[in-house]
Ligand binder design. Structure first.
Ligand code: GTP
Ligand code: MG
Length: 301
């Protein structure tokens, strides 16, 4: 029997950039499953989220990270920033992601961080579907002068522009090695995390400016095939807010708003789990939770 001489590649790729450039959208598209919350509001992602993509001879371990900000205001911000920077430090390759509206102060800040980390960095300028093509070459030239990127790609995650090309480039810079995870694995996060992330995404998309930032979501109880609920999964979730006055906003007139949130979330949770669930949402006040280290530990932020 002839022995295969094709070597395998495997490694971590940290997706780093300012908030709202489409990092989570890219992760979800590449993995083909929604594992990270996405929203038009900046600072949606709070955790480091692993997405596993296995191709014929390569396993790419993508790390989605919170958008980088310069002035952390509280412990939650500090941890979000740490999650991002740690992930870049642990990675084999860094994917610096931005949008075509910069470079701005935040892009500069991220690039300064990259200079200290000294890893191969690929640059992806996302959302090129939203701008005139004529501006792209000068923009690429600008980024080229800011940092010795291995390669620069104008991409559109939502329109699927240059995504395959970007992937091929990433694989080029991955180290050789055996796969870390089974070929059908998609993430290291468990079902509880997914439920929390789905509900957080709905909060970011259904509520006004300040509310999503003041909320935290925690699965309190998760019973598979619960006899008390006709044999479907029972999931009780607590939505924490910072002030009493935020509770009625979450609940809405006659409970309509939270009902909508629950319906949207439940449908998506059921699609993700592939089974029916009974979802119960509770709203509780936990004052200044964004500054409470123990509380943040419990959220694994
Ligand atoms: N026009 C356009 N919009 C996009 C594209 N990719 C993502 N978006 C939008 O950009 C917004 C932010 O996307 P996210 O994936 O949540 O961004 P992020 O970088 O993960 O943001 P943080 O988690 O806050 O750091 C969403 O409204 C997306 O729909 C794209 O290729 N083109
Ligand atoms: Mg994100």
């Amino acid at each position: 029997m002839e022995q295969s001489t094709v070597s395998k590649k495997s490694g971590y790729v940290s997706i780093i950039g300012k908030p709202n450039v489409g990092k989570s959208t890219l992760l979800n598209r590449l993995i083909g499953v929604k594992i990270a919350a996405m929203s038009p509001k900046p600072q949606t992602t709070r955790h480091r989220i692993l997405g596993i993509l296995t191709r014929e001879n390569a396993q790419i371990l993508f790390l989605d990270t919170p958008g980088i900000i310069t002035k952390p205001k509280h412990e939650l911000h500090k941890r979000m920033l740490k999650n991002a920077v740690d992930s870049a430090q642990e990675a084999d390759v860094i994917l610096f992601m931005t949008d075509p509206y910069g470079p701005d102060e935040l892009d500069n800040y991220v690039i300064e961080l990259l200079k200290d980390i000294k890893k191969p960095v690929i640059c992806a300028i996302n959302k090129v579907d939203a701008v005139e093509k004529t501006g792209l070459l000068p923009l690429i030239e600008t980024y080229n002068k800011m940092y010795p990127f291995k390669e620069i790609f104008p991409i559109s995650v939502t329109m699927g522009i240059n995504i395959e090309e970007l992937l091929d480039a990433i694989v080029k810079y991955l180290p050789e090695g055996e796969f870390y995870y089974p070929e059908d694995a998609t993430t290291d996060k468990n079902e509880r995390f997914m439920v929390e992330e789905i509900i957080r995404e709905k909060l970011y998309n259904l509520y006004g400016e300040e509310i999503p930032y003041a909320t935290a979501v925690k699965v309190d109880e998760f019973i598979e095939k619960d006899e008390r609920h006709g044999g479907v999964d029972y999931i009780r979730v607590i939505i924490y807010v910072e002030k009493e006055s935020q509770k009625p906003i979450i609940i809405g007139k006659g409970g309509l708003k939270i009902k909508k949130l629950g319906t949207y979330a439940r449908k998506e949770i059921e699609a993700f789990l592939g089974r029916k669930v009974f979802l119960e949402l509770w709203v509780k006040v936990h004052e200044k939770w964004r500054k409470d280290r123990q509380f943040l530990d419990r959220l694994s932020v």
